[in-house]
Design a protein around this ligand. Structure first.
Ligand code: ZN
Length: 236
């Protein structure tokens, strides 16, 4: 880009205060808080025609679910990014993955599973969780699938939480099994999932804290959940 002529630069600098609202000048923030930024999605990578309609549906889903995820899970002390990059790569080790501000989706996976756009809700939840430590991993992944159920597409063919649980399963199984446990926990102890989530955001969460956060030790809660969900109705 060509540098501005010095005289033009001076004019621009002089005109700048008139263009800014008074509050902006009074507060003089070096960077606008992320909370004031509207969500936006930037698509990256080569998008083959085979997945273009799926990418379109994922884009719509992004604008539908991000505000809802932010409303429930954002850390008030540390605003989550609103400008998310969505990249597509032919071969990935996982169907999708997230880092601090971007999500990468496997083209191979989404071509074979065109209905699996809810994976975007799962990955967006990870971005908003922003836990200082991902451990215990089963809570991190369980909450991401819990959020996918509640804030993902209203219809998710091929994806659902288990309607029943068996003693062969365990709350540490992660993903959908843990999400089913969390769904049960929230129905018996409303607000407990949010309390666990906030403690994860604060860092240093220990499983012993379940007693204080959800009313009983984790193993006891799981046994109660198992007893009820061995003959349960579907999650939705
Ligand atoms: Zn995950």
């Amino acid at each position: 880009m060509r540098p501005l002529h010095p005289l033009l630069l001076l004019l621009v600098l002089c005109a700048l205060p008139a263009l800014l609202p008074a509050t902006t000048l009074a507060q003089a923030p070096t960077q606008p808080p992320a909370k004031n930024t509207a969500p936006s999605l930037t698509l990256e990578g080569d998008i083959p025609p085979s997945i273009a309609p799926i990418v379109g549906r994922m884009t719509t889903l992004f604008y539908e679910c991000l505000p809802r995820l932010l409303a429930r899970f954002e850390n008030p002390q540390k605003p989550a990014p609103r400008n998310i990059r969505l990249r597509f790569e032919r071969a990935l080790k996982a169907p999708a993955m997230a880092d601090r501000t971007s999500i990468t989706v496997s083209i191979d996976w989404i071509e074979k599973h065109p209905e699996d756009i809810g994976l975007l809700t799962h990955e967006l939840t990870h971005i908003i969780q922003a836990y200082p430590s991902p451990n215990p991993g089963w809570i991190t992944e369980g909450i991401a699938d819990y959020a996918r159920l509640l804030y993902g597409p209203s219809s998710q063919p091929g994806w659902s939480l288990p309607s029943t649980l068996t003693p062969a399963q365990h709350y540490t199984n992660s993903y959908r099994v843990t999400a089913r446990f969390l769904l049960w926990l929230e129905s018996t102890q409303p607000g407990s999932v949010d309390k666990i989530h906030r403690r994860m955001q604060a860092g240093g969460f220990r499983e012993e804290e379940f007693t204080a956060l959800a009313g009983a030790p984790i193993d006891q809660l799981w046994q109660r959940c198992l007893a009820e969900l061995q003959t349960a109705q579907p999650a939705r």
